[in-house]
Ligand binder design. Structure first.
Ligand code: NAD
Ligand code: MG
Length: 295
């Protein structure tokens, strides 16, 4: 008999979500229910012992789950977040430190190229090295009609989701050594774009092309680059305008597993892609979608 069995359809919250709305980027400590980012549920196995990681969007949601898992796997972690998210970020620092690892908090706006460079330099300096970029930060704002989609929104979404990847990677390449890894965060929206997410879905396709091309460019340096493509996951992004308000109660119900994912369910894939276990994997996209699949 197996030691434990777990039904994926009921393992996490699978009721209708209460309607709720926050102003972007939002705080996950104010969500109902609060997402599970592995604070208690993720168990580490020393798979990243001694590594130094920089995680953008590390205060909440999927980035927070990656940051917490990395620390529990033995890595020191710098997290970037928007200055409005200080409270969530301080909670993450406590979890990282409770795992016996170093936490470095670097608030700042990724749509500012100069900040991206400063952030990488600070992470390298305060961590005493840099082995991984985990680029998770993103902006998603649903707009039902392209005629209402402003140039300001299109520009911001591209700056945060796509341009910052160029800026952060360029700043980091002088530090990354053979064996280092870069992980970007795309979306099932790159493969099955929804009608209210024209700008966002376009950025998520761009992230996949960026990651594949970067992986080929960096292969000879011994640096790998891969992308994670989540399906619907219960995070602040969704209640800060990522979905139209009426879609929140049924969020995730359209998937074959009939529920939204929790951020901790992505953590293992980030750990795998950052660890030596995946040494023959580069230019790849890993879907974690509740069955929505990415091809
Ligand atoms: P989240 O709100 O927890 O994370 C997004 C983070 O982006 C924020 O915490 C914030 O720190 C960061 N951010 C936004 N604008 C910023 C700026 N100008 N400067 C610095 N940081 C900024 O939500 P999440 O769902 O965990 O999102 C993480 C990633 O996952 C995003 O790239 C998102 O596109 C992707 N994703 C999410 C889902 C989902 O259903 N939640 C699905 C597919 C892909
Ligand atoms: Mg956040």
């Amino acid at each position: 008999m197996s030691k434990q069995t777990c039904n994926p359809t009921t393992k996490y919250y699978h009721e209708k979500f209460p309607k709720q709305k926050q102003k972007a980027p939002g705080l996950q400590c104010e969500m109902n229910p609060v997402p599970d980012c592995g604070e208690k549920s993720y168990k580490g196995h020393q798979r990243l012992e001694g590594l130094k990681m920089l995680v953008t969007g590390g205060d909440s949601g999927i980035g927070r789950a990656a940051a917490i898992a990395y620390a529990k796997e033995g890595a020191d972690v710098a997290i970037n977040y928007h200055p409005d998210e200080q409270k969530d970020a301080e909670d993450v620092a406590k979890v990282i430190e409770a795992a016996g690892r170093k936490a470095v908090l670097i608030p700042g706006d990724l749509s500012d190229e100069a900040f991206c460079k400063k952030m990488v330099d600070e992470a390298h300096h305060k961590l005493g090295g840099l082995d991984n970029l985990t680029l998770v930060a993103g902006k998603q704002t649903a707009v039902a009609d392209i005629m209402d989609l402003t140039t300001e929104q299109i520009r911001k979404t591209f700056e945060i989701n796509v341009f910052s990847l160029f800026w952060v990677t360029k700043a980091a390449l002088g530090y990354l050594k053979p064996g280092s890894t870069i992980i970007t965060t795309s979306s099932v929206q790159a493969f099955q774009p929804g009608p209210t997410l024209l700008d966002y879905a376009s950025t998520k396709s761009a992230i996949i092309a960026f990651t594949k091309a970067l992986a080929k460019q960096l292969a000879s340096k011994g640096i790998r680059a891969n992308s994670v493509a989540p399906g619907p996951v219960w995070t602040p992004l969704q209640v800060c305008g990522g979905q139209l308000s009426d879609a929140i109660p049924e969020f995730g119900k359209e998937t074959p597993l009939k529920r939204a994912g929790q951020p901790v369910e992505l953590a293992g894939v980030y750990v795998h892609l950052a660890s030596e276990e995946s040494s023959y994997t580069t230019a790849e996209t890993y879907g974690v979608t509740g069955g929505e699949h990415t091809n």
